[in-house]
Design a binder for this molecule. Structure first.
Ligand code: SF4
Length: 692
């Protein structure tokens, strides 16, 4: 048959918009198109990234054969057998010479649930290493740590997205959804109509502009002062008698300590710290207490060295107001990557086994080892989080396999990271394009794209959705499941290594049984019937898991006191604060979207947003090339002079590589709880580029 179609979901962000892929192979030039499909999260809508996603399937940049580094330094095509033999030999030799933890795995939040699960198992069983973590550490780790601590469970939105439709007030902190997931805006319409969309962002972002003309309020705090802002709002809620005392008594623990902890954040102090007028602070607190309110956080408040404390403060505010675990109000975090939710549930994290279980828990080790058919005592201990793991490259770690991540663009302090990657004995990268990380590899393994494979993803709502194959993979590309099975076989690894996504999902469901993220009872076949499937599933879907009780043993949510003690900036002589973020037309490190003509044509380069007063003082004109620098590196970008940004702040997108790579400037310092790096508060100097 020359025409094929499949109902599937967008390859990009966590909204997982539903789409149908049509593939017409009737002519020599096969055509693949996508169309939006009705679904609660996107209601048939797609953003520019979704509409153009099929272009990647036929991209001329697609890798079709494994590549191996030659003695002359170039990458050249080789056979799968040769490539896989070389990978297995590298893992085997490294382990024999340096021990199991000298092998490492770095995964990604865009991998299907099946691949994320298999990657965790591959690290622990086939390699016997504790050294595995993934790029979700740079994305969701702070919110995840805060939610686990407060609720005993981390599900991004513990309610369906459509619940937001009836909100009267939405406090949106650090999320530019108008750029990252435009179909989500439909769910803000109710709050906007009620005048209750409150956007917290140091930039007048596209989302912040939606508050204008009576639709809400834009709070524009100084960068890095989200935590004092939330502490101050909680202070006002308690001081003005707006707290829900009956709810606090019945459903939470720790209120007295929390009340003491926010006592010092009186409105005038909060205002002087954040730059937000006292009247706006009071109005925000009162509006949140007036009913029908939701508090949502995004990376803007989470990607900080105090990200866990900030997310915790947002949760505390929501709990004191009695918003969580009730229909018609709530707290949630907007997961970013396509499978950012599932990617953190199945064992890619350094300290976790499938089902969101702690690898330190003896019962969890027994259960998962039983599913895997191995001795629980032989499973490695907890490893180290992503930034620390990347810091070991070329030192204790000698061989690294990267799957679904482009770390030399997305990690902090990439110039130093590039040197460490080059110091490895062997770098293996699985990708469908020659990403900037793959360019450094010794062996590159070409893999399938989203419309060529079966699997599942878990959306920002905790909803498990099916990814379906619409067309055959190009000759030469293989699934990561097949790659792991082939390497495991060459290493003589214990356990079974299925290459069938449905079988791997069944194993994943068994391994997760009894865990927090319990997928037991689900299967590809059941999902294909069109059921709604939110985890924890067991025998039925759980769209709102906190309605009766929270996931802690006592059923209560924990109010955890936090304080605002941001570390002093370390860069001498730097004068502006750099905030990194996103464009509508680009996605993450740009590996995919920089190869889509329409998207890259609209946003071909990084632009430095700078306030007119600051630009004038520094002698910078609109469109001029500028150098943004600090002690770690220099970025070149054209200036975009705009009043959308504060005079003390500049903005760069992080989607670009080379001279434009914003992460040449960010520092590999991390949140002590979540190990989230600091991406939103980097001190820099800006000057006209001397080369112009
Ligand atoms: Fe894809 Fe996200 Fe855009 Fe939806 S909002 S089309 S999931 S990138």
């Amino acid at each position: 048959m020359s025409m094929s179609s499949a109902d599937t979901h967008c390859p990009y962000c966590a909204l997982q918009c539903a789409m149908t892929v049509l593939h017409d192979a009737s002519s020599d030039d096969a055509v693949t198109t996508v169309t939006g499909r009705d679904f609660p999260t996107n209601r048939g809508g797609l953003c520019a990234k979704g509409w153009t996603s099929a272009e990647l399937l036929a991209s001329p940049h697609r890798l079709r054969m494994p590549l191996m580094r030659q003695s002359n330094g170039t990458l050249a095509e080789t056979t799968w057998d040769e490539a896989l033999d070389a990978v297995a030999a590298a893992f085997r030799d490294t382990k024999a010479t340096h021990g199991p933890d000298a092998n490492a795995i770095f995964g990604g939040g865009g991998l299907t649930n099946e691949k994320a699960y298999q990657l965790g198992k591959f690290a622990r069983v086939a390699l016997g290493t504790s050294r595995i973590d993934y790029n979700g550490r740079f994305c969701m780790s702070s919110a995840a740590a805060a939610s686990n601590r407060a609720f005993g469970m981390d599900r991004g939105l513990p309610f369906p997205v459509t619940d937001l439709d009836d909100a009267r007030t939405i406090l949106l902190l650090g999320s530019n959804v108008a750029a990252t997931m435009p179909p989500f805006l439909a769910h803000l319409a109710g709050a906007r109509a009620a005048g209750g969309l409150i956007v917290v962002d140091p930039r007048r972002s596209a989302t912040a502009r939606l508050t204008e003309d009576g639709a809400g309020t834009h709070l524009q705090p100084a960068p890095g002062t989200d935590l004092p802002l939330l502490l101050g709002l909680t202070h006002i809620v308690i001081a003005e008698g707006l707290a829900d005392r009956a709810y606090i008594e019945e459903r939470t623990a720790g209120f007295d300590a929390l009340r003491r902890s926010v006592a010092q954040w009186w409105p005038e102090r909060t205002s002087s710290t954040t730059g937000i007028p006292v009247a706006q602070l009071r109005e925000t607190a009162r509006r949140l207490a007036a009913g029908g309110a939701y508090i949502l956080t995004g990376r803007g408040v989470e990607q900080h060295v105090d990200g866990t404390a900030t997310a915790t403060a947002a949760i505390n505010l929501a709990l004191v107001l009695g918003l969580v675990g009730r229909e018609g109000s709530g707290y949630g975090t907007l997961t970013g990557q396509g499978n950012g939710q599932g990617g953190r549930e199945h064992g890619q994290k350094a300290d976790q086994l499938p089902g969101y279980r702690s690898i330190r828990d003896p019962e969890a080790r027994r259960h998962v080892a039983g599913v895997w058919g191995v001795d629980p005592d032989e499973l490695p201990d907890a490893g180290i989080p992503a930034t620390a793991l990347l810091g070991e490259l070329g030192g204790p770690v000698k061989t690294l396999l990267v799957a679904g991540s482009n770390v030399v663009v997305s990690a902090p302090d990439v110039d130093a990271l590039r040197e460490r990657l080059q110091a490895l004995d062997a770098l293996v990268v699985c990708d469908f394009f020659l990403s900037e990380t793959a360019e450094l590899a010794d062996i590159v393994l070409p893999v399938l794209q989203w419309a060529e494979e079966e699997g599942t993803m878990t959306s920002l709502e905790g909803r498990v959705v099916r990814r379906r194959r619409a067309l055959a993979a190009p000759d030469g590309a293989r699934s990561e499941l097949w790659i792991m099975s082939e390497i495991a076989r060459r290493l003589g690894a214990a356990s079974t290594w299925s290459t069938d996504p449905a079988e791997v999902f069944d194993e994943l469901a068994r391994a997760s049984e009894g865990g927090v993220a319990d997928y037991s009872g689900l299967s590809h076949a059941l999902l294909d019937t069109g059921i709604e499937a939110y985890w924890p599933y067991r025998s039925e879907s759980t769209p709102r898991p906190f309605t009766e009780r929270f996931a802690h043993a006592d059923g209560r949510a924990k109010l955890v006191p936090v304080d605002a003690t941001p570390p002093a900036p370390t860069d001498r002589g730097a004068e502006l604060t750099l905030v990194t973020g996103r464009y509508l037309q680009q996605y993450q490190s740009g590996t995919q979207t920089r190869r889509v003509a329409e998207l890259n044509g609209a946003r071909p380069e990084a632009r430095l947003e700078i306030h007119p007063a600051t630009a004038s003082r520094l002698g910078i004109r609109e469109g001029a090339l500028v150098a943004v620098s600090n002690e770690r590196g220099t970025v070149k970008a054209r200036a975009s002079v705009t009043t959308d940004i504060r005079h003390d702040t500049v903005f760069l997108p992080f989607h670009y590589a080379g001279d434009e790579c914003a992460n040449r400037l960010t520092e590999a310092i991390v949140d002590p709880t979540s190990a989230m790096p600091e991406f939103k508060r980097t001190r820099v100097m800006v000057a006209p580029d001397a080369g112009i």
